[in-house]
Design a protein around this ligand. Structure first.
Ligand code: NAD
Ligand code: UGA
Length: 463
């Protein structure tokens, strides 16, 4: 079965870049990317490629080549669904904030809405692909909803989780470590799997496309994120030990990672992992295990989250304690708000929690981030419901250049590892800080000797 027309519901960090790359690599396939959010679609259609709603290195070039040729962004969801042979669902699946499973389970209401809509508007057979990260066995619920269609249409559901990381999304999509496709082992299930394999094989070597049953594909996505986050929590737990023993966490990570059985990736100690997925997906795993009565399994994975919370708190209290236990009326400058470099995404960024704790203790926060807007920072803080929006607006200001963000500040805290921070005029920064001037490097990106030689008191994670 040769697919000629696909669509994707959800034009976010996953739907936008993945569909842009499919369109680029498969000029023979018509690709429609759909969203209920009109502003988001308008931004994807913006003639100024700097205004795309997602910032990713290389993305604007891909969009520029494919948009208007075989890549289209639209709010016209029903029409595009009906015209497509294959429909990807890439909507958000946040942690539930209400009801059963609140604070842990994935909220599947957007996925269910999509399935119901597909069932309602489809007039011909479709392959429906889960691209969102979902609890194991969600495909069963999606299939049941689709099968309730009264249009006499047949649906095959596949699971094709996405493994791209933000900041390197285009690179990851061009050269994926693997593409995972789960499907039913029925006649039509096998046809659906091979139709999706054929799309990816336009640029991914066939030996990297791994096909499994649906449940394995769904669960593997949660497990991959849990393993990655577990490595970060492991090294971050060791960073606390390094700080009291005189060992250096970078050296420990290098020494441990040189063992080829362990490997050196994802061992960079930090102020704590952020991003929209690690915490949400592990909480989801914790919830699934608990609901199945596997309490030890659930508690094992919950520790990854606990250490991450501990690391963010530890960093904030390191700042407070070194400022004589008092940050009231003092200004602290945060370099970076995004959850990692090379993205404008700040979901679950450590910056939010560090800023919140400092504000709780009376500090004023000045932020410089090359990509995140002040409006977004305030929205992030407001979401914590720690204080009123007005109080957050008084407590936090963002600046369009780093020098202004440092004026009259008592300390700099590096939260995001943006490359440009390393090349700043640290001599000038020293001059304008209140003395003793302090730097807290939450990403271990600065040269300790260079910073200390300028007169700063320097604190690095695990150093
Ligand atoms: P996102 O919030 O950036 O985008 C989701 C989009 O879906 C939003 O624009 C929203 O308006 C739209 N949407 C929601 N319900 C809709 C509906 N019923 N009809 C049409 N549009 C609807 O989310 P994201 O970061 O792209 O993540 C999407 C999924 O992919 C999640 O399950 C996530 O766990 C997973 N994932 C994300 C990443 C990542 O790096 N962000 C990587 C791998 C997997
Ligand atoms: C992560 C996974 O890497 C992707 O494979 C997955 O598809 C995605 O989640 C998802 O499901 O959403 P992402 O969150 O975009 O990707 O970025 P990562 O590079 O994994 O970084 C996550 C967080 O961990 C960031 O805050 C980063 O700074 C931090 N990190 C990463 C560390 O603190 N140390 C490290 O060694 C690596």
């Amino acid at each position: 079965m040769k697919i000629k027309s696909i669509c994707c519901i959800g034009a976010g960090y996953v739907g936008g870049p993945t569909m842009a790359v499919i369109a680029l690599k498969c000029p023979h396939i018509q690709v429609n990317v759909l969203d209920v959010n009109k502003d988001r679609i308008d931004a994807w259609n913006s003639s100024d490629l700097n205004n795309l709603p997602v910032f990713e290195p290389g993305l604007s070039e891909v969009v520029n080549q494919a948009r208007g040729r075989n890549l289209f962004f639209s709010n016209n969801i029903d029409e595009a669904i009906d015209k497509s042979e294959m429909i990807f669902i890439a909507v958000n699946t946040p942690t539930k904030t209400y009801g059963e499973g609140k604070g842990q389970a994935a909220d599947l209401k957007f996925v269910e809405l999509c399935a119901r809509n597909i069932a309602k508007v489809s007039k011909s057979d479709k392959i429906v692909v889960e691209k969102s990260t979902l609890p194991v066995r969600t495909a069963e619920a999606v299939q049941t909803i689709l099968d309730s269609s009264e249009n006499g249409v047949k649906f095959d559901v596949l699971s094709n989780p996405e493994f791209l990381a933000e900041g390197t999304a285009i690179k990851d999509l061009f050269k994926s470590d693997r593409v995972l496709i789960g499907g039913q082992q029925t006649e039509s299930g096998k046809i659906a799997i091979s139709a999706l394999v054929e799309i990816y094989s336009n640029w991914i070597p066939i030996e990297k496309i791994y096909t499994t049953n649906v449940w394995s594909a769904e669960l593997s996505k949660l497990v991959a994120n849990a393993f990655l986050a577990q490595r970060i929590s492991s090294i971050n737990s060791i960073s606390a030990l390094c700080e009291v023993t005189g060992a250096d966490v970078n050296e420990v990570a290098t020494a441990v990672g040189m063992d080829s059985r362990i490997g050196n990736k994802f061992l960079k100690s930090s102020v704590g992992f952020g991003g929209s997925c690690f915490q949400k997906d592990i909480l989801n795993l914790v919830y699934i295990a608990k609901s199945l009565g596997l309490h030890e399994v659930s508690e094992y994975w919950n520790q990854v989250i606990k250490i991450n919370d501990y690391q963010k708190k530890r960093f904030a209290f390191k700042i407070i304690n070194s400022l004589f236990g008092n940050v009231s009326e003092k200004t602290i400058t945060l370099f970076g708000w995004a959850f990692k470099k090379d993205t404008n995404d700040s979901r679950e960024s450590a910056a939010i929690y560090v800023a919140n704790l400092l504000i709780e203790n009376g500090a004023k926060i000045c932020v410089y981030d090359p990509r995140v807007t002040e409006q977004q920072m305030l929205l992030d803080l407001d979401k914590l419901n720690s204080r009123s929006s007005e109080e957050n607006r008084i407590a936090l200001s963002s600046f369009s250049n780093y020098i202004d963000a440092c004026n009259g500040s008592s300390a700099i805290a590096i939260i995001t590892e943006w490359d440009e921070f390393k090349d700043y005029d640290w001599e000038q920064i020293y001059k304008i800080l209140i003395k003793p001037a302090k730097v807290f490097d939450g990403r271990n990106i600065l040269n300790k000797k260079m910073i200390e030689d300028l007169g700063f008191e320097f604190y690095a994670i695990g150093g």
